[in-house]
Write a protein that binds this ligand. Structure first.
Ligand code: F3S
Length: 393
């Protein structure tokens, strides 16, 4: 892989250990995936911020980086951690809170933005065609497919290295030839609710392998529906982008393999994702991926002046950024007894330690992960049904 003089100097340790380690990570990955050079990135988004998923050894590595001058060289945001300072920190064991706060301090020391969200694109929308190094898979698919930015699905360490060097290997879907559709998907199932898009994502994630799809039959999806589709697609499979508009059709050079998605495929997917039929779950969770401003508005309007039922927790997860922008709606939602949770989500915090055994959610991604990552039974249901479950009549 070609390195500039400056990159070589970093590689050889002339700019300190932290940068050297990061450069070595990028070069190793570049060589592995056939990159001929590094390219600058506009921003990096780092995952592996929750102590629940990270643990101690990576914390020591991050601390060593921070202590040897590791600093973000480009705009660098952070994925959710495991605590909401307002509602959850006091309810979790002290040692877990302490270790999470230590991790947050380390990232802060390295100049990362304390965004703690999986929707960094609501804070700053990347430019069309901008190269990024993002690690959160739902954000990766959204950036590539909805915003028209270019990013591979980074792992935590490679996004971190890219943040500190400000560059990423020029491979994968940073290259135009690798972004072309490889398979046609005709959706014959009606897509009405967000859970339909989520179920479609899970279904396609399982059948597409690593083939980038050109999807027809999506109707007129909102950006939030596409967010659900992409988050589910990435959680169930390897694909990091999809095409759904006419522009991409022009890049199809030869007839492609074609599959259709029938209504029964989505029904079966919803059934597979649903492991409980409880009418009174411990937790009603919406906001995976973190809610947009318009989702918060919709929830506030639908709640109206209703109240949350006794014995049920109702979490609406979003970023600090959106919470700040949505103050009036936040007040209305919290007046019902629901909690606006920031900085984390049901999946990356310890819901089991909070006594949660059953979850109802409108997120197919959460439904996909909750049985393993939360040790919880789960039901996938639309926002309407989640609200009906959480609120008194
Ligand atoms: Fe975000 Fe948590 Fe879902 S990080 S994408 S809300 S699993």
């Amino acid at each position: 892989m070609y390195l500039t003089r400056e990159e070589e100097r970093i590689y050889n340790g002339e700019h300190g250990w932290a940068k050297q380690v990061c450069m070595k990570i990028l070069v190793k990955l570049g060589e592995l995936f056939g990159a001929s050079r590094l390219i600058p990135v506009e921003s990096a988004h780092v995952s592996g911020v929750s102590y629940k998923t990270l643990g101690d050894a990576p914390t020591d590595f991050l601390e060593a980086l921070a202590n040897t001058g590791g600093k973000a060289a480009v705009e660098a945001t952070l994925n959710p951690q495991s605590l909401d300072p307002q509602h959850l920190a006091e309810r979790l064991p002290e040692n877990l809170v302490k270790n999470q706060l230590k991790l947050c301090e380390i990232f802060k020391k390295m100049g990362f933005e304390t965004s703690y969200t999986c929707t960094p694109y609501y804070i700053k929308t990347p430019a069309k065609g901008a190269h990024l190094a993002w690690a959160e898979s739902s954000a990766v698919v959204y950036a590539n497919s909805v915003l028209g930015a270019w990013t591979n699905r980074e792992g935590g360490p490679s996004a971190l290295a890219a943040a500190i060097i400000g560059k990423t290997p020029d491979c994968g879907i940073h290259r135009a030839e690798n972004r072309k559709p490889k398979i046609l998907v005709e959706v014959k199932a009606p897509l009405e609710k967000e859970t339909d898009y989520g179920a479609l994502g899970i279904y396609l994630g399982k059948v597409l392998e690593d083939k980038i799809p050109f999807i027809t039959g999506l109707g007129k999806p909102t950006p939030e529906s596409l967010k659900q589709l992409g988050a589910a697609l990435a959680s169930a499979g390897m694909v990091n982008m999809f095409h759904h508009d006419g522009a991409a059709a022009k890049t199809i050079e030869k007839p492609l393999e074609k599959i259709t998605v029938e209504p029964k495929n989505l029904q079966e997917t919803v059934e597979e994702l649903t492991t409980t039929s409880t009418k009174k779950p411990d937790l009603v969770f919406v906001g995976c991926p973190h809610c947009s401003l318009s989702e918060i508005r919709e929830i506030a309007e639908k709640i109206g002046d209703k109240k949350v039922m006794e014995g049920v927790e109702f979490w609406v997860c979003t970023s600090r950024h959106i919470k700040e922008k949505a103050k009036n709606y936040v007040q209305r939602i919290e007046a019902s007894g629901a909690k606006i949770i920031t900085d984390t989500c049901a999946v990356v915090t310890w819901t089991d330690r909070l006594g949660v055994k059953t979850i109802i959610t409108n997120s197919a991604k959460t439904a996909h992960y909750a049985p393993t990552l939360n040790k919880a039974e789960v039901k996938l249901a639309s926002l309407e049904e989640c609200l009906k479950t959480a609120l008194k009549e």
